[in-house]
Design a binder for this molecule. Sequence first.
Ligand code: GDP
Length: 528
Amino acid sequence: MSTLQQEVGKRRTFAIISHPDAGKTTITEKVLLFGQALQKAGTVKGRGGSGQHAKSDWMEMEKERGISVTTSVMQFPYNDRLVNLLDTPGHEDFSEDTYRTLTAVDSCLMVIDAAKGVEDRTRKLMEVTRLRDTPIVTFMNKLDRDIRDPMEVMDEVESELNMMCAPITWPIGCGKEFKGVYHLHRDETILYQSGQGHTIQDLNVIKGLDNPELDQAIGDDLAEQLREELELVVGASNEFDLELFLQGELTPVYFGTALGNFGVDHMLDGLTEWAPAPQPRATDVRVVEASDEKFSGFVFKIQANMDPKHRDRIAFMRICSGKYSKGMKMRHVRIGKDVSISDAVTFMAGDRSHAEEAFPGDIIGLHNHGTIQIGDTFSQGEALKFTGIPNFAPEMFRRIRLKDPLKQKQLLKGLVQLSEEGAVQVFRPIDRNDLIVGAVGVLQFEVVVARLRTEYKVEAVYEPISVATARWVTCDDERKLDEFRRKAGVNLALDGGDSLTYIAPTMVNLNLTMERYPDIEFHKTREH
Ligand code: GDP
């Protein structure tokens, strides 16, 4: 096997989907602490198999390095794998950023508050993952609280998310009575100790279901109940099936408490073992295999001013094939230029550092000086373009106006940069000096004004504007497009990436315009 194939085989790239408050942040912390502990200890020996944890003092590390779960990408070793965890933005608004991050992973962890079951945001995000049949691992969280009947919650996943459940662990009690889980595949009971959320716990394991030690540890009644329940569970639920999991049709289910740091390691064991290595990706000309020797990748996210000291903009690129090495030349396909990249950033467990090399499944950060947009493909010379990274037409619009008119240039710069991040879109009408901001949620408007103030030193306010929707327009016939430009100019604008858009004052207007210009195509998304 080539080095490239070995590196590809080691990688696991995933994101967490959940409803707000289900415990995504907490579980990220614990996952990262495992990763950092192992990284620091410099060994991954004995995890899973022999049940011996690499010892390490978490509290110490928390102090030392400061756990930052606000970082967008975290890479850490676990078992024999190298895991990339991509953070998805936490706000309640369903955001495009989240959507696009889900296009850059190979699997997802679904975190469910076991007291609540399947909630809204999870439902919505799962729809997105279903489009690509992304494999899903499930963690039922908050077992240290009173939860709903676990069988019932699994049924809910099956019926509402249309995905079969295969329990890998099974909980013993919950709330104050939470005793631990029985691991169906390892045939062992792992006992829960409360109040140990900040440390990697010494494993307290009882082999076998009929072991009298089990009765001693959790009491005769609970042990008997567990045995009976498991018989039922095994009969009524699905067995884990790797094929079905990889097709996104079946999810392995784990139980635990993120806050108590219990069960997170079982889930990670399963995820690193079963989740797919970097998958092939579609482009407009061919399917790119991760093990293709030539480098390729796409940008799924741009973030401005991550580090206030540097005022930089970072373009996050998912590597799809080949190997990145420092100083290499790559082709920026959209603008047809070769660029030398010597200072790409990697994200080793929360730290930003410079990458010497990186492989498929990894995320690298490119310093962006305005030439990179979301959706851009980079290759080693080949003219191809990764597909499926859309920009959605915004649904809310406001005119933005400066308090100090002398700062127009600064305002435009800020808006264009913020729109590169994809959270909002900026539109410049072609026949007048005006700026329109479009967003998918109200929250984004507030964020933009706040960031313009702190990051670009401009004070801006919004004014209402009657715009119902926007459509990106294209036409194969240049002549017809020109005519459309002349006749419909009052409703036309350029977006932050200079693409032509039709700003419709009403839906009726949009429909009439579409009828009047049948050769013009109106798009709801801009596939970059
Ligand atoms: P997020 O919004 O999904 O990122 O959720 P957080 O990780 O911020 O958790 C939301 C709240 O639930 C916080 O107060 C957490 O301390 C709490 N929480 C998370 N996991 C658990 C758990 O396993 N048990 C209990 N009792 N609380 C938890």
